[in-house]
Design a protein around this ligand. Structure first.
Ligand code: SF4
Ligand code: SF4
Length: 139
């Protein structure tokens, strides 16, 4: 592989097709009531995988299964959400809550709940960036 190809590959890896998150939390509590959880990078659809997740990180046991979404994945609700949609353990909430919404979760197909104050913005890949720049120069 030539040097240029290697540089391009590294830049592509850096830029990737990632997402950035913009906005802020408006404390609607929807994410705490309608949570998708992942085990080994996959959305959970079996009780066995949820059990394994709780064994690996005990704080996940604050979630309970409420239903399945149309694709068959479990939707979870947290026991720590209060009637005002606030977190009862806000100061000691676990890492998954502190970094929500994690930009990497959108790579796994995560979607924000309706009405969330955040939005996920897909970043351009390097090739898309070059393509757009070329079009811009040609015009
Ligand atoms: S759904 Fe969005 S706005 Fe609502 S509590 Fe969760 S992060 Fe905040
Ligand atoms: S611990 Fe708090 S922030 Fe985390 S899901 Fe439960 S209610 Fe929401």
């Amino acid at each position: 592989m030539g040097l240029l190809e290697e540089i391009k590959k590294r830049i592509l890896r850096l830029i990737g097709r990632g997402f950035m998150v913009r906005g802020h939390c408006i404390r609607c509590g929807a994410c705490c009531r309608e949570m998708t959880l992942y085990f080994s990078g996959e959305k959970i659809r079996t009780e066995e995988d949820f059990k394994k997740l709780c064994e690996a990180w005990s704080y996940y046991s604050m979630f309970s299964i409420t239903r399945r979404d149309p694709a068959g994945f479990f939707v979870f609700t947290c026991a720590n959400i209060d009637d005002s949609s606030l977190c009862k353990i806000y100061k000691t909430r676990p890492p998954i809550c502190r970094k929500y919404p994690d930009p990497y979760s959108f790579e796994q197909g995560h979607r924000l709940p309706e009405g969330c104050g955040y939005e996920a913005i897909a970043l351009k890949s390097f090739e898309e960036f070059l393509h757009d720049e070329e079009k811009h120069i040609e015009s």
